[in-house]
Each structure stands twice: as C-alpha cells, then as structure tokens.
Design a protein around this ligand. Structure first.
Ligand SMILES: NC(=O)c1ccc[n+]([C@@H]2O[C@H](COP(=O)([O-])OP(=O)(O)OC[C@H]3O[C@@H](n4cnc5c(N)ncnc54)[C@H](O)[C@@H]3O)[C@@H](O)[C@H]2O)c1
Ligand SMILES: O=C(O)[C@H](O)COP(=O)(O)O
Length: 410
C-alpha cells in the first residue's frame, strides 16, 4: 500500500524535463502518483515560467536553468530533482528562500564519466582522432610517430572527488602514474599522490583531466598561462563544466602544437536542444574529440539516476524526509501511521522552535514526535500530532515570524 498525502496523489503534479529515464516514471507510478508530464528537451525560459506555476515537483538535468525568476513563479513547487550530479544550474539560494528542497544523484554516473575519460586518454595518446579523420578522407599514413602507450605516463587529475578517484583507480590499472590536485587534502587511492598546486600538476602531467564542480572559484582555472605550463605534447580532457576552461586559449594551444590533443565534453555555451547547431572554435580540429555533454549519458547511469532521484522525491512527498538534499537540513523520518505530520520550514533565526512549542502548549496540542534540523540559513521542524489538532496547528504555525512554508501530510 502506498503512503497517503494530504493533497490527493492524483492532484500532485510532476513535470519531468530533458528526457529523464523512464525508470523515474516507474517509481512515481508505483508510489501512486499519476499526474506526470514528460518533456524530451529543456524548455525555453518563457515557457518554463508559464508552466512552473502549477507544478509541485520538477525534474531537470543539466540544461534547465532555474533562476530566481523561475522560483518566484513557482508558487506550488515543493521540490526539484536534478537527475544528474551538478546543481550549478539551480539557484540554490532562491530555492531555499522559497522553501523548495533540491535533490540530485551524486554518484550514479561517476563510473560512466571515468570510463569515457580513460578511453579518450588512450585514443588521444595514440593520435587516433586525427588518424581516423585522415583515413576517412582517403589518407593513409602508417607510422608510429607521436603514438604512445598509456602505461608509464603521468595522469594529472584536477578535483579528486567521486569521478576523480574512480578515474585514478582505473588509470593505475593501466599502469599510469597518477597525481592529483584538490583544494581539500584527500586520502590518495592506490599509489596516487596529491601535489601542492595546480601549477605543479600541470608541469608534471602527460595527460590532465578536469573533475571540479562549477563554482566561482573554478571559473576559467585553465586559461592561456596554465596551458603554457603544460608539457609540450600533453593532452587535456574536460568532462567537468564548460566554465572551467577558456576555450579560445585551448584552441590556440592546440593549433600551435603545444598540446597534442584534447577531449572536451562540456562547453561555455551548449545548444539547448539536439536540433540546435553547436558552435565552437574547436570544431574542425582533428586532434580534438568533441562530445555533446554525454559523459554521464549511459543507459546504466540514466536508469540508476531515474530510480535514485525519483525515490528521493517520493520520500519527501510522502513523509517529509530530506536525506541527501543539497540545500536543506537533512532529516530522515520514520513512518507516521495514524498521525498527521506538520512540516514547518523557517529562516534559521533564534526562538522559532520555542514559539512553535508555545503554540502547541497554549492550544493543548499533544505532540507525539518532533524532529528539528537546521543549516546555516534554514530550519526544518517536523511534528507528528493527532488528526483533530492539525488544522489549528497549521494555521498558527504559518503565522510564526520567520516561517517560509508549512505543509501537512497524512
Ligand atoms: N560531463 C558529464 O556528463 C558530467 C557527469 C557528471 C559530473 N560532471 C561534472 O563533474 C563534476 C565533478 O563531479 P564529482 O562527482 O567528481 O564531484 P565531487 O564533488 O565528488 O568532486 C569534486 C572535487 O573537486 C574538488 N575541487 C573543488 N574546487 C577545486 C579547485 N578549485 N581545484 C581543485 N579541486 C577542486 C573538490 O574538493 C572535490 O574533491 C560535477 O560537479 C559535474 O559538474 C559532468
Ligand atoms: O552533472 C551531471 O551529472 C552531468 O553534467 C550530466 O548532466 P546531464 O544529465 O544533463 O547529462
């Protein structure tokens, strides 16, 4: 039997954009939700602004930009599922201010990215992209010139997180030496070792692979000066975010022959849909592998992401659990059979909990369970109580200064 919610499940509206895997639909249908609209691509902002107004749950991937303007129109929105790793496309602050919980899938596509990057490393070290292009044009230059094994080469990984560490292990199994740079001290896996600076990594590596998130501090960290520090004939791979590498500087380093090759999966500007034209100064360079942001796009990864994020949305909708949310205090909640559950989201200012409890006491409301978790800016209180008291409690709690949003589940 699926859990009940105060709003009938067939009135709770899901909008899933960007071709989210059908595994998500299976989870939602299996949990009793039937109002689910799916869209293959991302929506233009004007259309999103129009359609968001009556949506309770929104599913997106990396293309949909959720700006403050979108959240302003999203009066009914309670949660966003990012069916991917990155959440840089979402204004998390605006989401918090509206009391909208954001979930993602932090691990489901890491293996897919690591495998792609490793495959590209082997192809680029052998000069295969250029050879392939030449043979397609009728050329035939059989030669070992500029072709190398991966074994014994140094791979420099920038960002030693989930993807960077997977890549590290796979590359060592090929016999590569691995060094990495991270802003945090990390336990090295295998024989990898952390170097003190990005410059040191760039100077020592035959292959450099970038695996940092999109942040103000990672913007354009690879520009002309950093490319110049790389070894003559080195290779650069970027499957992280398009704002990490200055693309014109990379094109120059490739055209001058300073770099032997590159593989790029993410770009400063990416087409909105598969029907749009891709423009880049890297187009037409035979020693560059260009892929359309498909690092995490394998059947396995997408099916797992669909399950993982849909399950998080269902748990939040059914019982208020926020475990592994990227912008909310995390609360793992038990079932609440026979009770009503009040969710109270508020700004994290002193005195809110005491005011809530005063209201309960003044109105003789018996609390059967209470949970509180806060982060820097938000407080999340969950109260289980008798059905007969929930209307009055909801009404009073909504008036507590600092309240952002209240909901009842039963
Ligand atoms: N191409 C794709 O399809 C695809 C798929 C998945 C993820 N991604 C991108 O890859 C990124 C990394 O994914 P992850 O799961 O490994 O993330 P992660 O959060 O596990 O790891 C990121 C690492 O980067 C480090 N870091 C942050 N700033 C840094 C800096 N300035 N210099 C060096 N290190 C820094 C962090 O400390 C962390 O260890 C994601 O944020 C996403 O943008 C792309
Ligand atoms: O952040 C991610 O997981 C990747 O960039 C993949 O994004 P996508 O789901 O849009 O392919």
């Amino acid at each position: 039997m699926t859990a009940r919610t105060s709003l009938d499940k067939d009135k709770i509206k899901f909008l899933l954009l960007e071709g989210i895997h059908p595994s998500a639909l299976e989870v939602l249908h299996g949990s009793g939700y039937s109002q689910i609209e799916t869209v293959k691509g991302a929506l233009p902002e004007e259309e999103l602004l129009e359609r968001i107004a009556d949506v309770h749950f929104l599913g997106i991937r990396s293309r949909t930009q959720l700006t403050p303007a979108v959240f302003e129109k999203a009066h009914k929105l309670v949660a966003v599922g990012a069916f991917c790793i990155g959440t840089n496309q979402i204004d998390l602050q605006a989401a918090r201010e509206q009391g909208v919980v954001v979930f993602n899938a932090p691990y489901s596509n890491t293996r897919s990215v690591a495998e792609l990057v490793l495959a590209e490393t082997i192809l680029l070290l052998r000069g295969i992209p250029a050879k392939n292009a030449a043979v397609h044009r009728g050329g035939w230059s059989k030669s070992a010139e500029q072709s190398y094994e991966a074994r014994g080469k140094t791979l420099g990984i920038v960002g030693y997180g989930s993807i960077g560490t997977q890549l590290s292990v796979l590359a060592e199994s090929l016999g590569m030496k691995v060094i990495f740079h991270d802003v945090v001290s990390k336990l090295p896996l295998g024989n990898a070792h952390q170097v003190a600076s990005l410059d040191e990594l760039l100077a020592q590596s035959d292959v450099v692979s970038l695996h940092v998130p999109e942040l103000a501090s990672t913007q354009w960290i690879i520009g002309a000066p950093q490319l110049a520090r790389m070894k003559q004939g080195a290779i650069l791979l970027n499957a992280s975010r398009g704002t990490v590498v200055e693309i014109d500087a990379l094109a120059d380093a490739l055209k001058s022959g300073h770099l032997a090759g590159a593989a790029v999966d993410v770009f400063p500007v990416e087409p909105r849909s598969n029907a749009d034209v891709f423009e880049s100064p890297l187009r037409g360079l035979d020693n560059v592998i260009l892929t359309p942001h498909i690092g995490g796009s394998t059947m396995e990864a997408q099916a797992n992401i669909g399950l993982e994020v849909a399950e998080k949305l269902v748990k939040f909708s059914d019982n208020g659990t926020t475990t592994s949310s990227v912008n909310f205090p995390e609360v793992a909640l038990p079932a609440h059979p026979g009770k009503h559950r009040l969710l109270h989201i508020h700004r994290n200012v002193p005195g809110v909990l005491s005011q809530i409890n005063q209201i309960m006491s003044d109105n003789h409301i018996n609390i059967s369970a209470q949970f509180l978790q806060t982060n820097e800016t938000l407080g999340y209180v969950v109260i289980d109580l008798d059905a007969r008291s929930s209307d009055i409690a909801l009404e009073k709690l909504a008036k507590v200064p600092g309240t952002i949003r209240t909901r009842v589940l039963f």
